[in-house]
Write a protein that binds this ligand. Structure first.
Ligand code: MLT
Length: 256
């Protein structure tokens, strides 16, 4: 198994770089954490989409009684949407049994750029170990690319730390069967530096500080939870995200 990390969406070419690879999309603050929280709280599925207009159109098509609109622009909730991009707001009461149609500035768009990949998963700190187990279960003969959603096309520390957490878990599971490329090693080192206090590391990152300034410090702390045992591994089929392994059933309770 070869493990690579791309720190920004522009560092990979959709359709070529990912051909036959296993891709893991990571947006720790906050899209991938919110997707994990929604499925953990019993959402039927999450549909990531790139614009407010398409989110509204999809929700309209499926039916407003069966959907919840969620997302942000510039980190603040979108007018008319039921939910913002706060993972803790995705609880059983708000999302259970619903299709969450979600649009965010960077994270949901990253899923649109995974053409060609054999398997696409959604990774966060919350489900780092479970993602690594899911990837390892697919066998040793694979190229694994961890795709950081970044922030407006730039490097984002929260995603790099999340990627490093998954590298560490994979290293512990796959051992000698894993080739860790320099990019993955760099992410691992960033994670190891942050591990002593992941919340603090995220709060000190550019995006974490920005979210705290807007009053979302609790979201940052929520997203910093490492390896929540029941956190599911969402799998993307090109249009929607569902729990990859039905055995990891939705949990009604979130830990935070
Ligand atoms: C994104 O997808 O750009 C992020 O999740 C932004 C945010 O923190 O809301």
């Amino acid at each position: 198994m070869i493990l690579d990390v791309r720190f920004t969406p522009s560092a990979f070419a959709s359709g070529t770089d990912l051909r036959n690879a296993t891709a893991v999309v990571i947006d720790v603050l906050r899209a991938s954490s919110t997707i994990v929280a929604a499925l953990m709280s019993g959402a039927r599925e999450v549909i990531p989409t790139d614009s407010v207009e398409s989110a509204v159109a999809i929700a309209h098509r499926i039916g407003s009684d069966r959907t919840v609109l969620a997302g942000e622009r510039n980190s603040v909730p979108i007018p008319g949407f039921q939910l913002g991009n706060s993972p803790a707001s995705c609880n059983a009461e708000t999302v259970s049994g619903k299709t969450v149609v979600m649009t965010t500035t960077n994270g949901t768009r990253a899923f649109q750029q995974t053409h060609g990949a054999q398997m696409v998963l959604c990774g966060a700190l919350m489900n780092a170990r479970n993602v690594a187990q899911r990837v390892a279960a697919a066998g040793d003969d694979q190229r694994v690319v961890l795709l950081c959603a970044g922030s407006y096309g730039q490097f984002s520390m929260d995603d790099a730390i999340g990627a490093g957490a998954i590298v560490r878990e994979l290293r512990d599971i796959a051992g000698d069967n894993l080739t860790i490329l320099d990019s993955a090693n760099a992410a691992l080192q960033l994670f190891q530096q942050a591990e002593r206090d992941v919340s603090e590391a995220l709060l000190q990152s550019d995006h974490g500080a920005h979210l705290a300034k807007l009053g979302f410090a609790d979201d940052v702390r929520f997203c910093a939870q490492l390896n929540v045992s029941a956190a599911p591994v969402p799998s993307f089929d090109g249009s929607l995200l569902r729990i990859a392994d039905p055995a990891s059933a939705p949990q009604p309770q979130l830990r935070f």
